[in-house]
Design a protein around this ligand. Structure first.
Ligand code: A3P
Length: 336
């Protein structure tokens, strides 16, 4: 079998999987380390099929993120922006008013509880009309080469959203508490006794879904430096400060910039409003709906602020994580 830190996904992942380092304390799912990242076994199992069968189109936009970094918001913004011609944001029947953003934009690696067989999921993607918007929590090094190579109009694009690691950690802690029961017997052991201290240790060791967080961020940041036309790097905190500028930047990058008429007609503001936390959180579908795995849609919407970690982490814990992250990023040119 290929070594654990091989650069390409092994074709026979099922065979390789048992030999990879295992972490069962991080809810809701058992994780394995592959290429330096901790990922659910089910995601790793699907990786070869995704690499072999996903055929990116030049108009595709892949939304990438470390979990709990603003994925839901980015999905809503990108979907509303890309499809504004067919679905004007002011429409009472807009898909985002009847569907959770995760239904409008699916992850290319599926939640195991929601997974149909991988073949049919990829077939579903094939049938989506262009421009397709798909999402992923995969680290950059595990994206299909068909996404990470190619330049200009002939290649697909990636939009990454990055968030302060302490806020991503706290957001994840609340999320896991809300969703663990949904995973029931399939949940990893830690789901039953998950507290801040234990979760913090695991986060610091990078032993969380798609962790280490800072390495995930760094890879996409480096890619955005190397391939600025193909990879757009956004920051959740900046998005909060200026969502209108974010939407304009996003539209430009996706190749569908706003016309003067649209801007003057308030389309940008309408998209920002439609996708705001307040608006989405209050929609009936997000208050009472849920997915097939039993994860309630309201779990995706909490405070949506910057710096909430101050209400939960002691200064000592905060300093510890800061130090780990700073050391890991030293010399990279990137800092949070
Ligand atoms: P908090 O838990 O800090 O409130 P993800 O979508 O990657 O799972 O990230 C979830 C975080 O994004 C949560 O952060 C959630 O409240 C916030 N969020 C969800 N929808 C949002 C929106 N429309 N605008 C701003 N933040 C949003």
């Amino acid at each position: 079998p290929a070594p654990a830190d091989a650069t390409r996904p092994a074709t026979d992942m099922a065979e390789l999987l048992p030999s990879l380092p295992l972490e069962t304390r991080c809810p809701p799912l058992p994780l394995r380390r592959y290429n330096g990242f901790w990922l659910p076994e089910s995601v790793l199992t699907e990786l070869p099929a995704i690499h072999a069968r996903l055929e990116p189109r030049p108009s595709d936009v892949f939304l990438a993120s470390f979990p709990k970094s603003g994925t839901t918001w980015l999905k809503a913004l990108a979907f509303a922006t890309a499809h504004r011609a067919t679905h004007p944001p002011s429409d009472a029947g807009h898909p985002l008013r009847r569907m959770n953003p995760h239904e409008c934009v699916q992850f290319m690696e599926m939640d195991p509880e929601l997974r149909r067989d991988t073949g049919s999921l990829l077939e579903e993607f094939e049938q989506l009309a262009s421009p397709r918007v798909l999402a992923t929590h995969l680290p950059y090094c595990l994206l299909p080469e068909s996404i990470t190579t190619g330049e200009g109009a002939a290649a697909s694009r990636v939009v990454y959203v990055c968030r302060n690691p302490k806020d991503a950690f706290i957001s994840g802690l609340f999320f896991v508490k809300k969703v663990s029961s949904a995973y029931g017997a399939g949940a990893s052991a830690g789901a039953r006794a998950f507290n801040l201290e234990e979760a913090f240790e695991l986060f610091c060791e990078g032993r969380v879904f798609a962790g280490p967080q800072w390495r995930h961020v760094l890879q996409y940041w480096e890619a955005s430096m190397r391939r600025p036309k193909q990879v757009l790097f956004l920051e959740y905190e900046r998005m909060l400060r200026d969502p209108e500028a974010t939407v304009k930047k996003l539209a430009e990058f996706m190749g569908c910039g706003f016309s003067k008429e649209e801007e003057e007609g308030g389309v940008v503001d309408e998209i920002v409003k439609l996708c705001s936390l307040k608006e989405l959180k209050n929609m009936e579908v997000n208050r009472s709906g849920g997915n097939q795995a039993g994860v309630r849609n309201d779990a995706y919407f909490r405070k949506g602020s910057s710096g909430d970690w101050r209400n939960h982490l002691t200064p000592e814990l905060a300093r510890r994580l800061d130090k780990i992250v700073e050391e890991a990023l030293q010399g990279s040119g990137f800092a949070f």
